[in-house]
Design a protein around this ligand. Structure first.
Ligand code: FAD
Length: 301
């Protein structure tokens, strides 16, 4: 837990990207989780996954822009991506990349442009959930975009105490939800500190999402939870295609393939771009074995 929190703290020190990028070993590990630096590379990955029966959701890395000009640039880039997604991918966005911390109004304007373009392209926008400081503002934008365009999916994090109420409310509003465990460093006042409690909450919320959700999406690599969900889907007489399992690019390829083989839609979160540092550090924090691998390799070279 201490190591995890230390890594999550380091994930906010973006200046560390440059020294890390100099190492060949880091670059190799980064390549496991990141599809490349350009949209072209990400689309090539999405194409390849599609031939394997796997859908994608593309994420142009970068969060917390510090000017509205940067937010505009994110919007331009995403519009370009939307034109090229076709039916093999959706777009995942983080609202701080569109200026949420600077102006909620401007963020809503830019994301409305995106949702409109996604509708024209017959695609969907998935709105990632960031730290708890952004939860309410993010859900407010999601609700607005859903009411105007009807093509957004919200993300909820099982580690937050508030999530059950949010999930019930989004289900009532007919807003599709991607359920994940949560990847940020949160205080015990807002989130379950123990992993076991987060897992139990995920199971409880997963059952609610399955029962009342619209096109439920389960974002996890937790084999036991996935097994229990697939059993529950069978017991409820639902077809595999009524849900979606989502995983991160580069993690548990065995599980991805197994679900595809059994007829479940699988969508991979495919991140790309040069600002990979915070995303990469969150992946290390999730699994200390990744960090040990990195340290061992660094000392061997
Ligand atoms: C599609 C998708 C979208 C997501 N969107 C968000 C979001 O918007 N906001 C947010 O806060 N979080 C998001 N997450 C991250 C999520 O919250 C978790 O941090 C992450 O998925 C790990 O949790 P887990 O459910 O896989 O369970 P865990 O219990 O952490 O892991 C279960 C198993 O998965 C494997 N595994 C998990 N992580 C790794 C890793 N980094 N490297 C190697 N193996 C690993 C291991 O085998 C592990 O035993 C998303 C995750 C996915 C899959």
């Amino acid at each position: 837990m201490i190591l995890r929190n230390a890594l999550l703290f380091l994930s906010r020190q973006a200046w560390l990207q440059r020294p890390l990028a100099r190492s060949r070993v880091t670059r190799r590990l980064v390549a496991r989780f990141i599809a490349g630096e350009t949209l072209r590379e990400a689309l090539a990955v999405a194409d390849k996954l599609y031939t394997e029966g796997i859908l994608s959701t593309l994420d142009h890395l970068g969060e917390h822009v510090t000017s509205l000009a940067e937010a505009e640039a994110s919007c331009e880039h995403s519009l370009d991506a939307l034109k090229n997604l076709r039916n093999r991918a959706t777009l995942s966005i983080k609202l701080t990349q569109f200026g949420l911390d600077i102006s909620a109004e401007e963020c809503l304007r830019l994301t409305s442009i995106l949702a409109d373009a996604a509708r024209a392209a017959d695609s969907q926008i998935e709105i990632d959930m960031e730290s708890s400081a952004h939860t309410q503002a993010t859900l407010d934008v999601v609700r607005h975009l859903h009411a105007c365009y009807g093509n957004v999916r919200a993300v909820l994090q099982a580690y937050l105490y508030r999530t059950e109420a949010d999930l019930e409310s989004l289900c009532r509003a007919g807003i599709p939800v991607r359920l994940c465990k949560g990847a940020y460093h949160e205080p015990p006042e807002v989130a379950f500190p123990a992993k076991r409690a987060v897992d139990a909450h995920y199971r409880k919320l997963g059952a609610i999402l399955l029962e009342r959700g619209v096109r439920p999406a389960f974002a996890t690599h937790d084999e036991e939870i996935i097994r229990d969900l697939t059993v529950r889907i069978g017991e409820r007489g639902l077809t595999p295609s009524s849900v979606e399992f989502q995983m991160l690019y580069g993690i548990r390829r065995d599980l991805q393939r197994d679900l595809v083989r059994r007829g479940f839609p699988v969508r991979l979160y495919v991140p790309y771009g040069s600002a990979w540092y915070p995303y990469f550090m969150r992946r290390l924090a999730e699994r200390p074995a990744n960090l040990l691998f990195l340290l061992r390799a660094l000392f061997q070279h």
